[in-house]
Design a protein around this ligand. Structure first.
Ligand code: GLN
Length: 382
């Protein structure tokens, strides 16, 4: 037996999303844990895929992506945020948001560089930074409002700060950044060479008439930002694993040096299908309203229960407190809920390095009405 080399990520196990989905399947529970829709994507989109596959578009796409798709992406960003990206030199189609994040970190973070993240943080940020020798500095956002104290964030900045990672709308809290937050961020990075990695994969899922303030709207931020988005969330196709990174040319040039050796290029017929589908803007402009109805249905159904409902301004996740029901930690509570009450959720503590426990769990409401109804029924019994 050979002696195994030391793990490069000795503290990392299997992601909480895979764990909870597995537990849900083992217990035949309603799976509101991992974030994915349980309904079909639009048939029109599927027909486009079918068309391009059968038409013979089955070989490598150009490394940065199909130009028709990159043009639709830049058109979308311009229409939504009045920001201009050059389709050919400033957009790279990636194999999902996670790959875009990985590549962005791999491209810029070197040994001992510091990267600031906001917790609860999506679980890939920290291990990816560590893999490239970076050091994570964290600001903890806390239940119930998950507000950011920018004075504290400023204190995390040093001459080693290479990057700040933001996630807006935030998974798992469902909070969005406000104008004031972005103005504070502008002040922090002004006259520095700090880069921003802006994970905006839930960009179109914002509720109650609020506006998604993309980093692209702010020239002082855009010039230093790698903006990451995901078609999985936009068109209910998380299993297609396709997204993109938009960034100024100089940053994109560097990003593609890594991208070309990591994935090289992304699924050709799906890129073409997405481009054709995106010609109709209604396909993404109504997403907020679509999910708002699901959010409201879930919130209404849970209003009379012992769960506490935290604000949900965006994403397709509803955060729930359960301190009236149990004093167990959130991981044990979520496991028990799956096994005994047949509803799987995601606990918040894995989104914190110190496993901070505010007794909060996350439910995904990107589900059919009947799925939500069954979940509400089970949760009402607690
Ligand atoms: N983004 C999804 C979520 O938050 C999970 C994706 C994954 O399982 N890697 O649930």
């Amino acid at each position: 037996m050979i002696q195994l080399p030391l793990s490069k990520l000795s503290n990392v196990g299997t992601t909480i999303f895979s764990q909870m989905t597995q537990l849900a399947n083992e217990n035949e529970a309603i799976n509101l844990s991992q974030g994915f829709p349980d309904f079909m994507p639009d048939h029109e989109l599927l027909d486009h895929v079918d068309y391009f596959i059968k038409k013979g578009f089955n070989q490598y796409a150009p490394m940065g992506g199909m130009i028709t798709l990159k043009e639709e992406i830049t058109r979308k960003i311009e229409n939504s945020h009045q920001a201009i990206y050059h389709p050919d030199s400033e957009v790279t189609v990636t194999a999902g948001g996670t790959q875009a994040i990985f590549t962005a970190v791999a491209t810029f973070v070197k040994k001992d560089d510091e990267v600031i993240i906001f917790e609860p943080a999506y679980d890939c940020y920290e291990p990816t930074v560590e893999l490239f020798g970076g050091v994570v500095k964290r600001f903890e956002m806390k239940a119930p409002d998950y507000a950011i104290d920018w004075t504290e964030v400023r204190n995390l900045v040093s001459d080693k700060t290479k990057m700040i990672i933001i996630n807006n709308p935030n998974n798992p809290s469902g909070k969005i950044l406000k104008e004031n937050d972005l103005q504070e961020l502008i002040k922090i990075v002004k006259d520095t060479s700090i880069l921003i990695l802006s994970d905006e994969v839930y960009e179109n899922i914002v509720f109650d008439g609020k506006q998604h303030l993309s980093i692209a709207r702010y020239p002082e931020l855009k010039e230093r930002t790698l903006l990451v988005a995901s078609f999985g969330k936009l068109f209910h196709v998380t299993g297609w694993k396709i997204g993109y990174c938009a960034a100024p040319k100089a940053l994109t040039n560097e990003f593609r040096k890594i991208h070309q050796f990591n994935v090289f290029s992304v699924n050709t017929p799906i890129q073409l299908a997405l481009a054709a589908y995106m010609k109709n803007e209604d396909h993404y402009n109504n997403l907020g309203q679509f999910f708002q109805e699901k959010r409201d249905f879930l919130r209404k159904g849970l209003a009379g229960t012992s769960f506490g409902l935290l604000d949900c301004e965006g994403t397709y996740f509803q955060a729930l407190t359960y301190d009236k029901i149990s004093d167990k930690n959130d991981f044990d509570f979520a496991s028990e809920l799956t096994i005994n009450h047949k509803v799987a959720s995601v606990p918040f503590s894995p989104f914190y390095k110190n496993k901070r426990n505010d007794h909060v769990i996350r439910l995904c409401f990107a589900k059919k009405q009947e799925t939500l109804e069954r979940a509400i029924e089970n949760l009402s019994r607690l």
